[in-house]
Design a protein around this ligand. Structure first.
Ligand SMILES: [Zn+2]
Length: 316
């Protein structure tokens, strides 16, 4: 099987580790955010001795982007796994079913191909050398990450560990139909294309996540909106929040419903004006309204509760 690999974001000669690996494992990850190109670009532009990067990022409809060089250490899964894995692969997220089918088939088949190239068995998370999930590395060697199955493949697309193991063993000739379809785009938030290398993320207590920055233009699935440092923030990972002000929703709030919803006034009484699903509203400050909780102020005496906002994590 031949693969087209895009080298636009490959690390240069003096970038990345110059230490060779042993050939024991191929490690499988998922990026936690949307888009392979954006992730590969982020790895390339934020390369340093403390930031994560891997050899390949797969997504965007089966595209493969190379970052680190095969057979040289990447920084994706702790020192032992990094020293023994000639290839580590990130699967980027998508919310589109057709895109996912291509991404998953390429992810599986490319991992198998790299395993054969380095004389590594095409078994998943079995005893000894082989293809390993990051979760297996965490459970058996070091770390706490549970990707890619528990964090993405199973909850979003219904692909169990057993299914992935079967596919890794035999390969995918015809892309499989995901058992579950993830169609809720209402909770996707997109970071602004600002002229910065990366944006900071925050914890619930308001402090910065020193080791977790995110790239401009990246898309994320938000699990909720919370007030942090007095401003609305999206929850994009375990205790990882980004300010609404660095997203395309920096000055407006879009309604997450396909039927009209209603705002409340400053006393919490429903305002009888239909706000059409999908419509976007400029907002000023945030107010905590009795009975409605935190709301976006969208008119002089109209406040939209955050559960009606795209990015609120509400699944309907
Ligand atoms: Zn991982």
């Amino acid at each position: 099987m031949n693969f087209n690999v895009d080298n636009a974001f490959a690390l240069g000669t003096y970038e990345g580790s110059s230490t060779r690996t042993a050939n024991k494992f191929i490690v499988l990850h998922e990026t936690t955010n949307i888009g392979a190109k954006a992730n590969a670009s982020y790895f390339k532009n934020n390369w340093s001795t403390t930031q994560t990067y891997v050899q390949y990022v797969i997504g965007d409809g089966g595209k493969i982007y190379q970052v680190g060089a095969d057979g040289y250490q990447a920084w994706g899964a702790g020192s032992y796994a990094n020293a023994n894995s000639p290839v580590q692969i990130e699967l980027a997220r998508t919310t589109d079913k057709a895109t996912f089918k291509k991404d998953y088939a390429t992810f599986v088949n490319f991992a198998r191909s790299k395993a054969r190239e380095f004389g590594i068995p095409t078994t998943l998370d079995a005893y000894g050398n082989g293809i390993k999930t990051h979760k297996w590395i965490s459970d058996n060697i070091w770390g706490s990450h549970t990707d890619p199955v528990n964090s993405y493949l199973e909850p979003f697309w219904g692909i169990t560990h057993e299914q992935l193991a079967k596919d890794i063993l035999s390969g995918i000739s015809e892309p499989v139909a995901p058992k579950k379809t993830f169609t809720n785009i209402n909770n996707v938030v997109t970071v602004l294309n600002g002229n910065v290398k990366a944006y900071a993320t925050y914890k619930k207590d308001g402090s910065a996540n020193g080791t977790t920055n995110i790239g401009p233009g990246t898309g994320w699935i938000s699990a909720g909106i919370e007030m942090i440092n007095g401003k609305p923030h999206y929850l994009i990972g375990g205790n990882i929040y980004i300010p609404q002000s660095i997203t395309t929703f920096n000055d407006r709030v879009a309604i997450n419903s396909d039927i009209p919803v209603h705002a409340v006034d400053h006393t919490g009484k429903v305002v009888n004006i239909d706000l059409v699903g999908g419509s976007a509203w400029k907002f000023g400050s945030m107010s905590n309204i009795p009975g409605a909780g935190w709301c976006y102020q969208i008119a002089t005496d109209m406040f939209l509760p955050i559960e009606y906002a795209q990015g609120s994590g509400f699944k309907g």
